[in-house]
Design a protein around this ligand. Structure first.
Ligand code: VGL
Ligand code: ZN
Length: 218
């Protein structure tokens, strides 16, 4: 008797597929603005305690990579002159000017070249949130490419670390909630500018009140 060849056609399936193939939902780790001007003590808007976060953030990046999460980095990325800067009528010292040392990701951030970089503020807007930008003069709002990227990757949960708790982390977390993502902030992997004492704590309270999970340790 001839045995069927192992590569013989198996004929029509006995059971039709009952579920359409669906992509499993994924987490995204959003690493916010770990750039020289915020993280290096010589940076123009150095955030106290930010350099100490680097090993913690790196650990989270390797963990995310090993569990199949999407990893995304953001970069504050300003033109040399913008109403975001105090000398042009705004609030901040000149920082993270496009293509300068201050705008580069910190050299100790261990992030592969394949990790997408989301740049915000590129047209002179305030770019506090990784998802959206806002012209401080006209109030006009726009989107970055982050939401589309997350949706295309079937991301349903966003985990946030980086700087600054009271500006870009806060704005990113509140936007993520508003857009319907489950959202968590790694509270031992963020640091605040704190123009006024307590701003970091107040920002965390506000995020929690909006439904953001504050995740203390990992
Ligand atoms: C940021 C102030 C000005 C931030 C950006 O990354 O939190 N803060 N621009
Ligand atoms: Zn900025």
């Amino acid at each position: 008797m001839r045995l069927p060849r192992s590569d013989a056609p198996v004929g029509s399936p006995t059971r039709p597929p009952t579920h359409p193939p669906t992509e499993p939902s994924r987490d995204a780790l959003v690493v916010v603005d770990v750039q020289n001007d915020f993280v290096d003590p010589r940076g123009s808007l150095a955030v106290r305690g930010a350099a100490r976060l680097l090993p913690r953030v790196n650990r989270e990046i390797s963990r995310a990579a090993s569990t199949g999460s999407l990893v995304v980095c953001t970069q504050d990325w300003h033109p040399p002159s913008t109403p975001h800067f105090a000398r042009d009528g705004g609030r901040w010292p000149v920082h993270c000017v496009a293509e300068t040392w201050g705008a580069q990701l910190h050299p100790e951030l261990r992030v592969s070249a394949y990790v997408p970089r989301i740049r915000k503020g590129v047209n002179g807007e305030d770019g506090y949130s990784a998802f959206s930008v806002r012209d401080p003069l006209t109030g006009a709002e726009g989107a970055t490419e982050l939401e589309d990227l997350l949706r295309a990757s079937a991301v349903t949960r966003v985990v946030i670390c980086g700087v600054a708790t009271d500006y870009c982390v806060r704005a990113t977390a509140l936007d993520a909630m508003r857009l319907g993502f489950e959202t968590a902030v790694l509270t031992d992997a963020v640091a605040a500018v704190s123009l006024r004492p307590g701003d970091g704590e107040r920002a965390l309270d506000e995020m929690a009140a909006a439904g953001v999970e504050l995740r203390p340790d990992g």
